[in-house]
Design a protein around this ligand. Sequence first.
Ligand code: AMP
Length: 186
Amino acid sequence: MKLILLGPPGVGKGTQANRLKTYFNILHFSTGHILREEVKSESEIGRKAQIYLDGGKLVPDSILLEMMAQRLSQKDCMPGYLLDGFPRTIPQAEGLNQILDQIQHNLNAVVSLTADEEELINRLVLRGIDSGRSDDTPEIILRRQKIYWDQTAPLINYYQKSGLVKEVNGIGEIPEITERIIKVLK
Ligand code: AMP
């Protein structure tokens, strides 16, 4: 099972991804998490990415594409994976298509989790109080929402053309949302 999980910041992509990876026994790649680890370990990617992460801005496409091309071509990815937070822009989606062609992988679905924007902002402000994430402040939360609607939401249309999109209501209890996702994937 090879999946992309799309949805605005705060919709619960990370939570659902963790549950889905167990259910389908696949790898989970959160590019936000990977980038935060790179920053922590002060790697070359981390040094390049930090300024964008701290400002709630998108890290350049070239960095993401190189990072994901390397990761996805490793053998352990063959059975399946779930991409959480990638792609985030049309050029990333186009780059990902090329990578997948090269390694002969086919996507099974793009799950689009939906929710009301106001609800999301409230959730993120609450998460920011105890997450310790440098990008969970109200100002940056608003910026990250805007970037989502401007740059990432167009991916829904992009993937709709290949008939891959499965829309799922992201509001409700966590297990209930997982069930909805599993149901549309069957
Ligand atoms: P997330 O944990 O998915 O909310 O991502 C946190 C931050 O990591 C984002 O605000 C970006 O700075 C960066 N990031 C994660 N994934 C990507 C991506 N696909 N493209 C560009 N920047 C990304």
